[in-house]
Design a protein around this ligand. Structure first.
Ligand code: NDP
Length: 297
C-alpha cells in the first residue's frame, strides 16, 4: 500500500510547535517580525507573498510588507533592504524572486543581512550550509527533510536522486542529504537537463526528488519499486477550471503511485512545508538576534 505523505498535516504540526516557541519569545518581550518585499506584478508572486503574510498572522509573527513598482530603479530596492536590515523589529527579510531584469538578483541576496536571511540564500549562509554548519536551511529543502522524517523515511544509507540542480531546491537539498547527520547520510545523485539516461538513474533511487519544473514528466516507468517520491514541482497547466489552469507537479502522480511506497501529492505535499519552514526560520532568526533560547521543532 502506498502511503501518501500529507504535507498539510505535517506543516500544521510545525506551525503548532512554532506557536509555543513564539510564546517563549513573547515572554521575553520579543515579537518575531518578517518583512516581505515584492517588486513584481506577476500574479503567482503576489499570491506567494500574500500567503506568507497570512501564515505570519496566523502564528503571531509581525508581518511588514513592502511593495515596489516593477519599474522602480534598482537602487531603491537595495535601499529598502538596507532600511530593513537596520530595523530591529524585523528579524527576517524575504525578497520575492524573480525580481525584474534591471535588478541584479545576486546583489539583492548579498544585500540582505545574513542573520536576517531567512531564505538562506546569502553566500555566507550557503557556505555555512555546505560546510555542515547551517544557520538557516533553505525552506523547500528543509521542508522535504521534515516530510521524510515525519514518515520515518530513512535517509541514512539511502540512494537519493534529485532531478534539478537549482540554487533554491536541488543544490541545497543535495547538500543537506549529504551531511554527516541523522537526517542526511544519503548517497546523493543530482540530475539535470544534460544528464545521460535519466530514467536509469531515477529508477535506482530509494528517495526520488523531482524539482525540474516540467509538468508530470517523471512517470511510473522512471520510478523504482518501493521508492519514496517527493514532488517539488509546481506547474500551471491549462485546464477547464474557473481559473483556466490547474497546478500539477513534476511527477505523473497516478503511474508513480503504483510503484512508490511513499509519495507526495501536488498540491498538499512540499508546498505547505516550504511555507511552514519560512516561519521556522523567522522564529529562529528572532531567537538569534534577541538572544532568546527557543526550542524549534
Ligand atoms: P529551475 O528552473 O531553477 O531548475 C530546474 C532544474 O531542473 C534545472 O537544474 C534543470 O537543469 C533541471 N531540468 C529541467 N528539465 C529537465 C529534464 N527534462 N531532465 C532533467 N533535468 C531537468 O527550477 P526550481 O528549482 O526553481 O524549481 C523546480 C520546480 O519546483 C518548479 O516547478 C517550481 O515551481 C517548484 N518549486 C516548488 C516549491 C514548493 O514550495 N513546492 C518551491 C520552489 C520551487 P539545468 O540546470 O541543466 O537547466
Amino acid at each position: 500500500m502506498t502511503e501518501v505523505i500529507d504535507g498539510d498535516a505535517v506543516a500544521a504540526e510545525v506551525r503548532e510547535s512554532l506557536t509555543e516557541s513564539i510564546e517563549t519569545l513573547e515572554a521575553a518581550g520579543v515579537t518575531p517580525g518578517l518583512a516581505t518585499v515584492l517588486m513584481s506584478d506577476d500574479p503567482a508572486s503576489e499570491t506567494y507573498v500574500s500567503m506568507k503574510q497570512r501564515d505570519c498572522e496566523e502564528v503571531g509573527i509581525d508581518g511588514v510588507h513592502v511593495e515596489l513598482d516593477p519599474e522602480t530603479p534598482a537602487e531603491e530596492l537595495y535601499d529598502t533592504i538596507e532600511d530593513l536590515n537596520g530595523d530591529p523589529s524585523v528579524h527576517g527579510i524575504l525578497v520575492q524572486m524573480p525580481v525584474p531584469d534591471h535588478v541584479d538578483d545576486r546583489r539583492v541576496l548579498r544585500a540582505i543581512d545574513p542573520v536576517k536571511d531567512v531564505d538562506g540564500f546569502h553566500p555566507e549562509n550557503v557556505g555555512r550550509l555546505v560546510a555542515g554548519n547551517d544557520r538557516y536551511r533553505p525552506c523547500t529543502p528543509h521542508g522535504v527533510q521534515k516530510l521524510l522524517a515525519a514518515y520515518d523515511v530513512e535517509t541514512e544509507g539511502a540512494d537519493a536522486v534529485i532531478v534539478g540542480r537549482s540554487d533554491i531546491v536541488g543544490k541545497p537539498l543535495a547538500n543537506l542529504l549529504l551531511q554527516k547527520r541523522e537526517d542526511g547520510n544519503a548517497t546523493v545523485t543530482v540530475c539535470h537537463s544534460r544528464t545521460d539516461d535519466l530514467a536509469a538513474k531515477t529508477r535506482d533511487a530509494d528517495i526520488l526528488v523531482a524539482a525540474a519544473g516540467r509538468p508530470e514528466f517523471i512517470d511510473g516507468e522512471m520510478v523504482g519499486e518501493g521508492a519514496t517520491v517527493v514532488d517539488v514541482g509546481v506547474n500551471r497547466v491549462d485546464a477547464d477550471t474557473e481559473k483556466g489552469y490547474e497546478l500539477v507537479g513534476d511527477v505523473d502522480y497516478d503511474s508513480a503511485r503504483e510503484k512508490a511506497d511513499h509519495i507526495t501529492p501536488v498540491p498538499g505535499g512540499v508546498g505547505p512545508m516550504t511555507r511552514a519552514m519560512l516561519l521556522y526560520n523567522t522564529v529562529k532568526a528572532a531567537g538569534l538576534q534577541e538572544d532568546v533560547e527557543v526550542a524549534l521543532p
